[in-house]
Design a protein around this ligand. Structure first.
Ligand SMILES: [Zn+2]
Length: 80
């Protein structure tokens, strides 16, 4: 059994779309009978998660520096 996203035209494994959402576009997926997931599902799933991890890393990075900026006084002595 697989889950099909009509937006991406990908058949996902059940565990890849267990939230009922497409890992790539976040849209809803429909159960698609006995068809097995496509070869591209594994690759696309990994890409989608890599991108999510990358975005998360950037978010943490920015948050880290935002927090630090609050503690650091503005540079002085640069009048005008
Ligand atoms: Zn999709």
């Amino acid at each position: 059994m697989s889950y099909h996203c009509s937006e991406c035209d990908v058949n996902w494994h059940a565990d890849q779309a267990d939230q009922g959402r497409c890992p790539t576009c976040g849209g809803g997926v429909a159960v698609r009978g006995p068809e097995t997931a496509g070869y591209d599902a594994d690759i696309l799933y990994r890409i989608a998660h890599d991108e999510a991890a990358t975005c998360d890393a950037y978010a943490r990075f920015e948050l880290y520096y935002d927090e630090r900026d609050l503690d650091v006084a503005s540079p002085e002595g640069e009048s005008q």
